[in-house]
Design a protein around this ligand. Sequence first.
Ligand SMILES: [Zn+2]
Length: 374
Amino acid sequence: MAYTVPKLKDLSDATLIAAVNECIRACEAEADAVETEAESKALRDRWLGRKSGILTRINEEWLRAAPKEAKKNVGARVNELRFQIEARIIGAEESVKDRQKKRSVEADRIDMTLPGISRPIGAEHPIIRTMNEIVAVFRNLGYSVQEGPEIETDYYNFESLNFPPNHPARDTQDTLFIANQRTKPLREQLLLRTHTSPVQIRTMEKIKPPIRIVIPGKVYRNDPPDASHSPMFHQVEGLAVDTNITFGDLKGTLDHAMKAFFGSNVKTSFRPSFFPFTEPSAELMVSCFVCGGSGRRGSDTCRPCKQTGWIEILGCGMVDPNVFEFVKDNGYDPARVSGFAFGMGADRIALLKYGVDDLQLFFQNDVRFLRQFA
Ligand SMILES: [Zn+2]
């Protein structure tokens, strides 16, 4: 039964204490029953409401009605009662809040024993890894890495590299030109670079000699894709320019690099060749690291070296003085400096290194294939 303010039969201390205790017990019982926020608000209004709350009525019926000589004692009892009632109502409000918080924590709880969501981390592509390994060999020799744009002008891709105007590489049969360039002067016409060599000129324009640089990057040619060709492939080039650089430096550097990359057992051999931007030019062969140079694997012939015992790895040579003429103003006087350059196809080396027989596999992004190299 809900509590109502009783009329006191007298104002003796015993009567007052009994009435106060009864009131507190009633409030306690109501506070214990509170479960929701709405209920706790109703409880506060019922007991502490300014206009018609129980404590307001006790004030009127017990205190205000008391004769003058009893007011002090009744006032002290009523104040004590107010203090006790407030404490219980605040207690009820706190416990409602606690219950709510607990409920929301329960709802948000994560089951830590469930397995997590695993995301595959991925791995370096075998061609990128090969390029990084080649670059690392030259970085250890003090070379720094340079990069340049993949869309180039005819000037940087051909003219400054000593390609004559009628060189077959300048034909659309071989090179991918950007459309609608024919009205521009030849040297400004845009194309997809056919080698990383334009970066050599761009670097020599920026940095005075001596320089030692290595240039990894994508290059493009008008080749239909097949097992050994792709319209996009990767090169790593190098360039060293200083006073008194000789062909001996070239041979020593590349022999060291090939041993560092393929293993200390490989032998190197140079065969005369031709490139427009080097003179003299050479092709570098390494002894076959698959068959050890014998040309045979057991009773079978060795395919990677086509039974010759040698594998062609790169082109190289001494920088043609005509190339230095284009950057003469930045300290590259061909009468004073000399240098060597080399370039290799990273894709072909990756094919040989990983024993893959079709270049297209590298570019088809089939995870089943790529995962083998991770
Ligand atoms: Zn072989």
